[in-house]
Write a protein that binds this ligand. Structure first.
Ligand SMILES: *Cc1c(COP(=O)(O)O)cnc(C)c1O
Length: 472
């Protein structure tokens, strides 16, 4: 390659560049090897060291080696060890090594599977994985998949398709006529709908005040008998995996009836839909096949690296119409052009690590990994319940455990204590108006020993909290 400008000669691939990539790769791998043993949350020193990044906009180039050195020296210690085995905050998956390695390789390809002609490999793998997902979740054969950034975006796309279809049934072309004078649709969802559902509802112009809320039972499941009469103006939003309790709506009881009434059913299954791929847990998702759209993450339960959400939709025309785009320069093919299934035109080929993870695990591996998360969560609940002062509030049907102490104050201080001890990490939430500690087992790497070790940390934090609470 001829070096034409001075910047090109700096960026040019030569042996120093090769060293740079090898160095970055080596540092990354060292991180991965040590992430299981290090403190789960950054130390105070690591947080204070972030000051090393503070500077005015650099006027001139910095050598690439120095850029990587800075990241490794001060960036790496200030990461949260979600890739380790004892991170139980939010619902954060780890990453299966094959997926991570595939992502690494594909980073150099830098593919954008907007059109088949832009990335034949991206297009081929999207087509393939779409069919695998239909099989894993036992969905209708006509289902199509859009590979997006996460479930936030998958929820948005599913509800956009719902809006298009329900309005078109009422004789209204959403794309041409817009929302302002459109016939009014009815949005029905449970009190425990995830906040990203509300975000989609506002983005799509439905308005929160127009939601018909359905009360939930003590596990956060929609109470089927309280769902209002449905018709073909309705969009019913259900949940596979309550973000606190991990519970599943009663799809068997709800979906077929709702479908027959003409409602569009969207299921937010960010982490829970994967129960459907597990022999001993698939009863939790019985009935989901009657829905119209499903949102699920790769980066939670399946343990792909981040930036992997999937929208599944059994109304291809509604989805493509909702995400409609055209242009004289666009080259469509008789194969899959990914941009018709996602809001973006250009996007990274996240399908590669999703394919790699599924290919690596196979149905058997997915079954074992996901069921293992459920077993570890049940172990957590059992061991914690045997300690005086701890109460587990939920039925542990999947991977979530809700823990409460004697008082809100002790619950809060116990959670803070666990966070300070840095053996593991958990966050909090509110459940029936009371503070709870929320434990999510979501990594392939968590062992029975990791759970027991974390429980000891909980016990220690609880003793400290009781003491602090008593002396106040
Ligand atoms: C995590 C989550 C989301 C949002 O998914 P992202 O991948 O973070 O965008 C939506 N719904 C539920 C139930 C979730 O757990």
């Amino acid at each position: 390659m001829k070096k034409e400008t001075s910047l090109q000669s700096q960026l040019y691939l030569d042996s120093s560049n090769e060293e740079l990539f090898q160095k970055a790769q080596k540092l990354g791998y060292e991180y991965l090897k040590t992430v299981f043993d290090r403190n789960v949350f950054p130390t105070e020193k690591a947080l204070a060291d972030l000051v090393h990044f503070e500077e005015a906009m650099p006027a001139s180039p910095t050598p690439a080696e120095e850029v990587i050195r800075l990241l490794n020296t001060y960036g790496s210690p200030a990461t949260v060890a979600t890739m380790g085995a004892r991170y139980f905050g939010f619902v954060s998956g780890g990453a299966v090594p094959a997926g991570l390695a595939a992502k690494n390789l594909a980073t150099f390809w830098d593919q954008a599977p907007a059109m088949q002609v832009l990335s034949p490999i991206g297009s081929a793998l999207e087509t393939l994985v779409e069919s695998w997902l239909i099989e894993l979740f036992n969905l209708p054969k006509s289902t199509v998949a859009g590979f997006v950034s996460g479930t936030s975006m998958a929820n948005f796309c599913g509800l956009a398709a719902a809006r298009f279809r329900q309005l078109s049934k009422l004789g209204w072309d959403m794309n041409v006529n817009g929302v302002f004078d459109a016939p009014k649709l009815r949005i029905i969802t449970g009190r425990h709908a995830h906040s990203t559902i509300l975000k989609s509802i506002t983005l799509l112009g439905f308005g929160k005040n127009n939601i018909e809320w359905v009360d939930v039972d003590d596990q956060g499941r929609v109470r089927p008998e309280l769902i209002p009469d449905l018709d073909d103006r309705c969009i019913l939003i259900l949940q596979a995996g309550n973000v606190n309790s991990g519970s599943f709506d009663n799809f068997e009881n709800i979906c077929e009836k709702a479908k027959n009434a003409g409602a569009w059913i969207h299921i937010d299954g960010a982490f829970g839909l994967w129960a459907g791929a597990v022999a001993k847990l698939s009863h939790l998702t019985n009935g989901i096949e009657h829905a119209n759209s499903w949102a699920v993450d790769g980066h939670k339960t399946l343990n792909t690296p981040y930036d992997s959400g999937i929208l599944l939709c059994n109304d291809e025309e509604a989805l493509q119409s909702a995400l409609h785009m055209s242009g004289s320069y666009i080259v469509t093919s008789d194969q899959r052009d990914g941009m018709f299934y996602t809001p973006e035109m250009s996007r990274r080929a996240r399908i590669i690590e999703l394919w790699a993870t599924i290919k690596n695990l196979g149905k058997q591996g997915i079954d074992e990994m996901v069921y293992g998360m459920c077993q570890r969560a049940q172990q957590f609940a059992e061991e914690l319940s045997s300690i005086k002062g701890f109460t587990v509030l939920n039925e542990v049907v999947f991977n979530q455990v809700l823990l409460q102490c004697e008082t809100d104050d002790i619950t809060q201080k116990t959670m803070e204590g666990v966070q300070e001890l840095r053996e593991c990490w958990v966050g909090g939430s509110l459940w029936n108006g009371k503070k709870v500690i929320r434990i999510s087992v979501c990594s392939w790497a968590t062992t029975a020993n990791d759970v027991s070790r974390s429980v000891r940390s909980f016990e220690k934090a609880h003793q400290m909290a009781q003491h602090l609470s008593a002396v106040q």
